[in-house]
Design a protein around this ligand. Structure first.
Ligand SMILES: *Cc1c(COP(=O)(O)O)cnc(C)c1O
Length: 391
C-alpha cells in the first residue's frame, strides 16, 4: 500500500528501483515463524528468492536457517549471520569448489541430487578428513499443479533422484564412509497454491521414509522443500496462509519421535514485500494498441517474460482515478520496457487511468525472483533499492 507521502518521496527519486516495505516483510516473517513454531518445524529461507543484503539481514534475525543453491549463497548466508548448523545446500550441479567451500563452512546438510554426486562429496570430505551430512533429494513424481516452467518434481525434471534408483542410493551410502545420512529431501515446484498438492507430497514422504528405515537407514530429517505460492492478484490484502500450510504437514506427515521436519520457503516470505517502481518514458498511441514504455524492463524484472508470470500494475501518479474497464479516462495499454527484445513486455491489455510521460508505475508483488534476476543486458545500470524505513 502506498501512502501519498510515500508517493511524494518517490517523485524525488531516480527510477527504476525496488521499493521494500519492511513492515510487510516483518509481518510475513513473524507470521511464518509463529505458525511453524507451533509445531516445532524448522524453516530455512531459500536465499535465491531474494538476497538483497538488507532483506537477508532482516530474515536472519527471525532465526530461520538458509537454503542455498550455490557456493556464493552458502558464503553470503554465513556472512549475513545465518547459523552454519542451519545451512542446507541443494542444486543439481554443485561444483567441487562449491562443495569444498560448504565442507569448510561445516554446513548442516547437502541435499544430494544424484548418485554420482554422493561419491564426489564423499571423496572431497575424505580429503578433508570430515563427515558430510547428506539428505537424498528424491523426485517424488508429484504434480505441483503450477506453471510447467516452474515444476520440479516430475520424472521428466532434471532435479533429484528418481525412486527406481533408490537401491543404488542405498548401496552407495553403504560404501561412503565420509557421509552421514541425515534424511530425505523434496522440492516439487514453486508458486503452489493448491494445498492438496502438499497432501500428496506427504503421502510420498511417508512411503519414502519407511523405505529407508526398512533398509537400516534411520531418517532424522524430513525436508519437504518449499514452493508455497502467494496471491499475485491481491498485492495488498493477503500474505500466504502459513497456518494452513503447516497444518497440512502436521496432519498428513508421519513424524516419528526424534525426527525433525524442515521447510525451505522462498517466495512466500519475500514476494509481497517489494514493488518495482518505474516511470513512463513514452506513450505510444497506436491504431490497434497503446503502449506505455517504462524505464524498467526485463533487465529489472524478468518474471513476466521468463515464465509468463502475472503482476498487478498500478499508476501511482493517478491513484485516485479508478482504472475500470470502459470507464471514461481509462485506457488499455501494453506495458512494456525499453529493452531491444519483443518479449520485453510486463503485461498486455492492462486497464489504467490515462497515463502520461513521467507517471510513476508500480509493478507489484516483485519481492521474489525480482531484484535477484536483474541483469546488465543492454549495458543497463544496476537497479536501485529503496526501503520504507528510509522513506
Ligand atoms: C527455489 C527452491 C526453494 C524455494 O522455492 P519457493 O518457491 O521460492 O518457495 C526451496 N528449495 C529448493 C531446493 C529450491 O531450489
Amino acid at each position: 500500500m502506498f501512502t501519498t507521502k510515500t508517493i511524494d518521496k518517490f517523485n524525488g527519486l531516480d527510477t527504476p528501483f525496488y521499493y521494500y516495505d519492511m513492515e510487510v516483510l516483518k509481518n510475513t516473517l513473524s507470521a511464518c515463524r509463529d505458525a511453524s513454531a507451533k509445531h516445532g518445524f524448522h524453516v530455512h529461507y531459500a536465499m535465491k528468492a531474494n538476497f538483497n543484503p538488507k532483506v537477508i539481514d532482516t530474515i536472519q534475525t527471525y532465526g530461520f536457517g538458509a537454503d542455498c543453491v550455490s557456493g556464493g549463497e552458502v558464503k553470503a548466508a554465513i556472512e549475513h549471520g545465518f547459523d552454519k548448523s542451519k545451512v542446507v545446500f541443494a542444486g543439481v550441479g554443485k561444483s567441487d569448489r562449491e562443495i569444498n567451500l560448504a565442507l569448510d563452512a561445516d554446513i548442516f546438510c547437502f541435499n544430494v541430487e544424484s548418485i554420482q554426486e554422493l561419491f564426489i562429496i564423499d571423496g572431497l570430505a575424505k580429503a578433508k578428513n570430515k563427515k558430510a551430512g547428506v539428505a537424498i533429494r528424491i523426485n517424488p513424481n508429484v504434480d505441483a499443479h503450477t506453471h510447467h516452467f516452474i515444476t520440479t518434481g516430475l520424472d521428466e525434471n532434471k532435479f533429484g533422484i528418481n525412486t527406481w534408483q533408490l537401491n543404488d542410493v542405498a548401496s552407495a551410502l553403504r560404501k561412503c564412509d565420509n557421509l552421514q545420512f541425515l534424511g530425505i529431501h523434496f522440492h516439487i515446484g514453486s508458486q503452489i497454491t493448491d494445498l492438496e498438492v502438499y497432501k500428496n507430497l506427504c503421502t510420498r514422504i511417508n512411503e519414502m521414509q519407511d523405505w529407508f528405515e526398512d533398509r537400516g537407514f534411520p531418517v532424522k530429517v524430513l525436508n519437504t522443500g518449499g514452493g508455497l505460492g502467494v496471491d499475485y492478484y491481491n498485492p495488498d490484502t493477503n500474505i500466504a496462509d502459513f497456518e494452513a500450510y503447516f497444518q497440512v504437514f502436521k496432519n498428513f506427515l508421519n513424524v516419528k519421535p526424534g525426527q525433525e521436519v524442515h521447510f525451505e520457503l522462498g517466495r512466500a516470505l519475500v514476494a509481497q514485500s517489494a514493488s518495482l517502481i518505474s516511470r513512463v518514458l513514452y506513450v505510444k498511441n497506436g491504431q490497434k494498441k497503446n503502449f506505455l514504455i517504462l524505464d524498467a524492463g526485463m533487465t529489472e524484472l524478468i518474471r513476466p517474460m521468463l515464465y509468463q508470470a502475472y503482476h498487478q500494475i498500478e499508476n501511482l501518479s493517478r491513484k485516485s482515478e479508478s482504472p475500470e474497464v470502459g470507464k471514461s479516462g481509462s485506457l488499455m495499454y501494453d506495458v512494456v520496457g525499453p529493452i531491444c527484445e519483443s518479449t520485453d513486455c510486463f503485461r498486455k491489455d492492462v486497464t489504467l487511468p490515462e497515463s502520461f510521460r513521467g507517471d510513476l508505475i508500480a509493478v507489484r508483488t516483485a519481492g521474489a525472483y525480482g531484484e535477484v534476476m536483474a541483469s546488465g543486458y543492454n549495458l543497463r545500470d544496476k537497479v536501485g533499492s529503496v526501503y520504507s524505513e528510509a522513506v
